[in-house]
Design a binder for this molecule. Sequence first.
Ligand SMILES: Cc1ncc(COP(=O)(O)O)c(C=O)c1O
Length: 405
Amino acid sequence: MTVQWNDLIARDARALTASEIRDLLKVADRPEITSFAGGVPDPALFPLDTFKTIYHDLTSDEAAGRRSLQYSISEGLPALRHWIVDDLAASGAVRSIDNILITCGAQQGLDLLARLLLEPGREIVVEKPSYLGAMQAFSMRRPTYVGINMDDDGPVLAELDAAFAGGARVAYLAPDFQNPTGRSYTLERRLAVLEIARKYGAVILEDAAYSKLSYEGDVVPSLLALDEVDGDPDAGTVIQLGSFSKTLVPALRIGWVCAPRTVIERLVLMTQASDLHVSTVNQEVACRAARDLFPGHLETLRDAYRHKRDTMLAALDEFMPEYVSYTRPEGGMFIWLTLPENIDSRQLLAQALEDAKVAFVPGQAFFCDQSGRNTARLSFATEKPERIRNGIERLALLIKRVHNQ
Ligand SMILES: Cc1ncc(COP(=O)(O)O)c(C=O)c1O
């Protein structure tokens, strides 16, 4: 008798489906395509020489080398957690290493938190649009999404209030240079968001994956830093997800969750049940790299990405027709396009790949309610400035042609 996979595969696992966009975007890697589709950092900015030295030093030191190849504790290396705690303190968030769990990227943090806080039918508040990877992690728990609209200052407060008033107690928010729009919340909006969350005893999952990639100087404090804890790091309402993927390299797969101790204790148990701990050697390397490279390397990244962002914005200003609007992000990697209602960005992508040799991500996938058919995400992170300008020019020409058809 053959295996009936459809009957065997658990409902939670069936909640995930392959995206047709992913198939379309397979061609985006071809050299003739200018790709604004990737959500990855520029590999040309990876600090290869520093890694060479770190790996050499680590493997030349008998004791440290052997320690870094051994199992380690599920919470994560104390030295790395100390570095994170010091870094958080420098940005105004006072926490202890007991509030930190090292995860396999921020993505594992999202998965663990989804398993901790969600269950079938339970509500989760997400921005419209929101990070697709987070919604994939949440969807495994088959929650009910409550999407809230955003304006240029952050989430629409009345909608957030209504979501909590309706019973939701968990919100996933990205206040800094959000993926996919590049937008950030103002200080006033952050404070108001916290006040509303406190009013209902709700939890905010703050995604800080892009927070350090700021290009305009003034950095607004994180929700974690603004969370009023009266000197008690375990009394807050905010759980923050951090990552080295965008500031060091993604391949180390080092992220972290900063949360009240009760939450960390639960997550540690879940980690023990799933992967025991994050790679010891990768944690050790990340810790050494962060110590050696920050803050200088962050300035290098900011200068490079600022230049690319400026190039893309200048090209959009020059070539896009006035009926296309776009965000002007102060950091991160993304610009968000809003096209006229009559343009479906999925159809546009097929034409863009074929005729304009340009790739982007259609925006609909980032909406929990499948709206946003006329939106698109552009990343300026990986292409060279000349290609960014030419690619935007070709995309603008295509949009004008499609609009006039
Ligand atoms: C907003 C956001 N959060 C989390 C992640 C996951 O990052 P990682 O697991 O590499 O730390 C990403 C990756 O692109 C992201 O864009």
